[in-house]
Design a protein. Sequence first.
Length: 321
Amino acid sequence: MTNRNWRAASTTTFLTTVMTAALALALWTSEAPQGTRVVGLGSAAPWGSADPSTPITLAAPGPPVQGQAGPVVGGLSATSVGVLVVDGGRHQCSAAVVASRSRRVLATAAHCVWLAGSWRVDGAFFIPGYAAGEEPLGRWTVDTAYVPPAWQQIDSPINDVAADTDFAFVTLLPRGGILPEQVLGAQGIRFTTPDQLPVAALGYPATGVYDGQSLRGCDGPAAVETFTRPDRDGGQVLAMTCDMTEGASGGPWLAGPDAAAGRGQVVGVVSGGDATQLVSPRFGAAAREVYEAADSAAQLPDQPPAPDPALARTAPRGGTS
């Protein structure tokens, strides 16, 4: 799958861009032909449109089937992975709590933040462990989101995702003085990966055979691939066989011996794909820089510093407490 037709981003230095408030979702391009490229796996269905009263049979915990997004039940993923409701409460992405000094950082996709030249910043919140309409751990308000400026600079439309820059780190507000990681736990995070490695990709796919009402996962080998466009430098992504659909965007790619059971180190996030494959940015130095900026500014008890206007964009606080 070399030279995949993904929009490539510049390989220049990534600076940290920050947005205070909520995230929003890059919408699925409904006119994309079925069975061809599927990019920007946000949700085509509005958040809450699937009927949570419809019975859903959850399989016993176990490794997902390679290529098929099977149910992932129990363990760390049941508390640290969830639905990120965005765009004024209208659509959904997926996200995961990652270990940090501030204990309130999520990893998700950049196109859940910025789309086609503008921020999508209206009223976002995170629902860890969401299942069939149940919210066992409540809702956590999004505080601040950080993306690479290269993602903004390409002004990427959702039907042509620049996957190597399609990552974001998001901080959540504490609840009653309790930090998210104290309640939810956290996945590890890693900023170096070999060219081939086994992973488990998790998310909440919400279209096709999926309804966004349960956490799903694919378990199998991932490999580094190059994607190019005539008008931009090439980039590297991770690719694996998996049939997850829109709504899975931002879900974690986990590495490690327990990844298939939903516990591991995040090495990327769901960005896009086609009918049979998923693609993730390959976490490296650029992702580390954005992650560290998010974590540093989020540390308590001191009030997080105002973002440097040369590196950041700030929007009004939103979300649901």
